[in-house]
Design a protein around this ligand. Structure first.
Ligand SMILES: *Cc1c(COP(=O)(O)O)cnc(C)c1O
Length: 957
């Protein structure tokens, strides 16, 4: 046969096992073919009868050529639109070594602190930088975007309000429209009233619990709020401020004038606009709210050897423990982007940040002066970076001239908004002046721009000029040369285990391959450099990509249409439930408020339901982990009049394809409810079945699980939702860019298409896999899981299985039986680190268990190494059970072992150093050393330290 038409297939790179390996694994399972295994695993009544209708798979090279064409359809104009999104210069050393580096982007959320000290430190640096700049003590390590951070603040201040009668959130009209939009959405289910009114003492009525201010205001103006804030506090009204992080280098921080919460976007710290995201929002507050703050806080503690160590503090498992009482549903956040922003602060330091902010301010002042000289009226008397220029009925002409020069401004009723950013230069100001001059039939040469530079008058009122220091910690002052910076980034990276080292078998999280080719276009300017509110004719490449991805994901889920607004799975849940709510309301059934949720559900489900104003009723699971259908029927009947919905994960969180799923959906529909399917487990469905086919009405996809967006150490993610035809009209709209119809719910996130730039990753995955490759991936994921199950059975008991003894794409290992000899599931998780592995999901959905999900991307060799490690650990447990080793002094209890401990001069353990560090031969060639010993959780929670402690402080503690 000729090889003329030989074509490599991407699916052969994405899927781990070679054909021969797959055959060996099937033989081990006692089946002839993968189809026979699928026959035994996926109930026949829910199996799709035909292949997915998707375009032919592209090779990696062909894909890059195609996506280049799409990129070229996007026009990258200079953006002066502002409104919360600004062009930036990403330092090359950060772009290549963080954003484009799988050592940073493939990590999991840092639940296993001992092998995550690098990103924990970077996130602590983020918190420290935000704390310094905002002037507040307690900071979390990122929220999804500025608008949702504002909504979280509203909810926190509402819950903690002193006057329990008050239900009004007073919002100044001078805020970003997308923020107001999201505030409206989130306030509705709670009965909180958003009152848009000026920030005047006269408006501080009795029914107001908090006030929301944008600083600088949305139109760019600056005002002083210290006395207003004091007046508000005097009436038990709190103050939340959305601030521009870069401006705080020059402005008095809100924390210093009394603000209770400061939120905002850290995008200006070296993260591209990306047509809306991803970026990390921040949330800073007073010490008094440290137990109420949403999201994750990184805190300082110590390890088993008494050394400095970091961990996620307090709310780590908030949703899983508090469920519908949780203070927020945030799970995946924006870790990678927070890390980028923190490195930007480390790279520039206080001096660099101040210089950048001052240049922005000076260029704005220069432009102001030049435009006034041309005879324009500029209405902002004080400002940081944004001007408002009155052009009246010449706005059309001006816009035309601006577009001729590839400039985007913000246009609003005859007034032109111009926001200067980090990338703006003197020459750019000349170009803008040229455009404005032309409208007045003048020439840029009529004014002496260069001559004006030295005589600029201040634009920041004296009382708002920042006097306090920031970024004073040595971390922000030690890595100025690129060599130093590179080594700092690498030092942190080397402390963290990522997919670069070994498989990360996290149940429910689908840590599959994030292929390089999928990532490449992400950092092209034609995707990164677009403002989310750029004119439509500049974004047609993006729109084509989003439309095609909509078609493909609709086909894959069996739904009519997708919304790409939600920035995470949990936000998708919320969006989906709000869509269902709008649907019921449209039929005059707005009273339906009962949401049935199985006991086994992920904690974000009840948290999202409660945020959507629903009352959660728990449905029992039977001894096999399946939904108790009799109980479900009883609850549905009992609440028939008010049944809103069921939230169900499929295959179940126990890793089983429940046979009764079709009946379950029917019961809910019979009683007037809608079925929300949690799509976190889509990796077991793609190409074999689909939520739409099964009978669900809405489903979110975690694109950062099933569709290859990397986890980034805890975000970014994307949680688009798909819906059936009758729900399409209610999909989220957006105040600035229409993305849905009149009946659409208001926005759930700041940008019309969420974190649009990372959609390129999922788009690439589907384009290169095609129907065939995607279906093969699902089958391989099921094969890999069942292979692990078969290898580990006899060593561990596997909790649940389907009718034929098969699991879906994941399984639960029961570790509760070791408790009586003092071995906890955490000991196994920590000991796995010594074997070079990240632990599976610990204690979800069942306490005391491990949930393992290998994904299709792992080869047999890697699966075998992982199984060997778990089997070796089982032998170590057996030695404790047999009484051969002490229940406290053993290799499990002391795990993980650092290089420092193992090579120490003293060794008084009842096991050898070799046993500690090299328990299996493969470790001799590939050893990953945990950088700290077991971290002390309770110490970290007792005394919360969430910014970098000084070296002296730490030595004293
Ligand atoms: C991951 C997950 C979620 C939450 O998704 P995020 O993107 O982290 O918000 C919800 N449900 C299940 C079952 C999950 O595994």
């Amino acid at each position: 046969m000729s090889n003329v038409f030989y074509q490599e297939k991407f699916q052969d790179r994405h899927n781990g096992p070679r054909a021969e390996e797959a055959q060996e694994m099937l033989a081990f399972l006692g089946v002839q073919s993968v189809d026979e295994l699928i026959e035994q695993t996926v109930p026949s009544q829910i199996r799709l009868k035909k292949a997915l209708a998707l375009p032919e798979a592209l090779s990696e090279k062909a894909y890059l050529a195609k996506v280049k064409q799409l990129a070229d359809k996007n026009k990258v104009f200079k953006s002066y639109i502002g409104q919360g999104y600004y062009d930036v210069t990403v330092p090359g050393v950060i772009q290549r070594n963080v954003l484009e580096n799988p050592g940073w982007y493939t990590q999991y959320t840092p639940y296993q602190a001992e092998i995550a000290q690098g990103r924990l430190q970077a996130l602590l640096n983020f918190q420290t930088a935000v704390s310094d700049l905002t002037g507040l003590e307690i900071v979390n390590a990122s929220l999804l975007d500025e608008a949702t951070a504002a909504a979280e603040a509203m909810f926190m201040l509402y819950s903690a309000r002193k006057n329990k009668e008050a239900n009004v959130f007073l919002v100044t009209p001078n805020v970003f429209p997308q923020t107001l939009d999201v505030l409206q959405t989130r306030a509705t289910p709670f009965g909180v009233e958003i009152r848009v009114a000026d920030i005047e003492e006269a408006n501080l009525a009795n029914d107001v619990f908090a006030v929301f201010i944008q600083y600088p205001a949305a139109d760019g103006t600056l005002a002083e709020y210290a006395s207003f804030t004091a007046a508000a506090h005097a009436q038990n009204i709190t103050v939340c401020v959305a601030a521009d992080l870069l401006s705080l280098a020059l402005l008095t921080p809100p924390g210093e004038w009394g603000a209770d919460v400061v939120v905002g976007n850290s995008q200006r710290f070296g993260v591209p606009m990306g047509f809306g995201g991803p970026h990390a929002a921040f949330f800073a507050t007073k010490d008094a709210y440290k137990r109420n703050i949403p999201g994750r806080i990184i805190g300082v503690t110590s390890d088993a050897n008494g050394n400095y160590a970091l961990r996620m503090a307090l709310q780590t498992r908030e949703q899983h423990i508090r469920r519908d009482k949780a203070s927020s549903n945030i799970c995946t956040a924006q870790a990678l982007l927070a890390i980028m922003a923190s490195f930007y602060a480390v790279y520039h330091g206080a001096e660099g940040i101040k210089n950048i902010a001052s240049r922005v301010n000076d260029l704005a002042k220069l432009l102001d002066k030049a435009l006034q000289e041309l005879g324009y009226e500029q209405t902002n008397s004080s400002y940081f970076d944004t001007l408002r220029v009155v052009v009246g009925d010449q706005v059309g002409a001006l816009k035309g001239e601006a577009l001729n020069n590839e400039l985007n401004f913000f246009y609003h009723e005859g007034v032109v908004g111009i926001s200067i950013d980090e990338t703006t230069t003197f020459e750019d100001i000349q170009t803008i002046v040229k455009v404005f001059a032309k409208i007045k039939a003048k020439s840029v040469n009529d004014i002496d721009l260069a001559g004006m530079v030295e005589a600029l008058s201040p634009s920041i009122p004296e009382e708002l000029v920042r006097t306090s220091a920031y970024l004073t910690h040595p971390i922000f002052n030690s890595y100025r040369s690129e060599s130093e910076m590179l080594r700092y980034i690498k030092t942190l990276e080397s402390k963290d285990l990522s997919l670069c080292h070994s498989m990360i078998p996290l149940g429910s999280c689908t840590m599959k391959l994030n292929a390089t080719t999928e990532m490449v276009p992400l950092t092209w300017a034609h995707f990164g450099g677009l403002h989310p509110f750029a004119p439509a004719d500049q974004t047609s490449g993006y729109m084509q990509l989003i439309n095609e991805l909509n078609d493909w994901l609709s086909e894959i889920t069996g739904f009519a249409k997708m919304s790409f607004q939600p920035n995470s799975g949990a936000q998708g849940e919320y969006a989906g439930l709000m869509v269902i709510r709008a649907y019921h309301e449209s039929r005059g059934e707005g009273h339906r408020n009962i949401c049935l949720i199985p006991a086994s559900a992920h904690g974000t489900n009840p948290a999202s339901a409660s945020m959507a104003g629903l009352k959660v009723v728990v449905v029992k699971c039977d001894e096999f982990g399946n939904i108790d259908v009799a109980d479900l029927r009883a609850r549905a009947e009992e609440h028939a009049a008010n049944l809103n919905s069921l939230m169900v994960t499929y295959p179940s969180t126990h890793g089983v394809f429940e046979e009764s799923i079709i009946e379950i959906c029917a019961i809910i529909h019979e009683h007037g409810g809608q079925v929300y399917m949690d799509g976190a487990n889509m990796n077991a469905q793609v190409g074999l079945t689909s939520p739409g086919f099964i009978g669900a009405d809405v489903c979110h996809l975690n694109l950062h699980k099933t569709f290859c967006i990397p986890h980034g150490g805890g975000g970014p993610g994307m949680g688009p939702i798909g819906v059936v035809e009758h729900l399409v009209p209610f999909l989220p709209n957006h105040e600035v860019v229409a993305v849905s119809g009149e009946e659409g719910i208001s926005a759930v996130s700041a940008a019309p298409f969420g974190s649009a730039s990372i959609l390129t990753i999922s788009y690439a995955y589907i384009a290169m896999m095609g129907s065939d490759g995607l279906t093969a991936a699902t089958k391989t994921a099921i094969l890999n899981a069942n292979y692990i199950k078969a290898r580990l059975e006899g060593h561990y008991s596997v909790l649940y299985a389907g009718a034929n003894g098969r699991c879906a794409h994941e399984m639960i290992l029961d570790c509760r039986g070791f408790k009586h000899v003092g071995v906890e599931v955490a000991d196994i998780a920590k000991r796995l680190m010594d074997y070079g592995f990240h632990a599976p999901t610990v204690s979800f959905p069942v306490a005391g268990t491990l949930m393992v999900e290998p994904t299709e991307s792992e080869s047999k060799a890697e699966l075998d190494r992982f199984c060997d490690a778990l089997i070796a650990i089982r032998a170590e447990i057996a030695a404790v059970e047999a009484g051969d080793v002490d229940q406290k002094e053993n290799v499990l209890k002391h795990a993980p072992h650092t290089a420092e401990v193992v090579t120490g001069d003293e060794w008084n353990r009842p096991y050898s150093r070799q046993t500690a560090a090299y328990p299996l031969p493969y470790l001799k060639v590939n050893k990953f050393w945990p950088s700290v010993g077991r971290v002390n959780d309770s110490q970290g929670d007792r005394t919360l330290i969430c910014s970098c402690p000084s070296i002296e402080e730490y030595a004293e503690a």
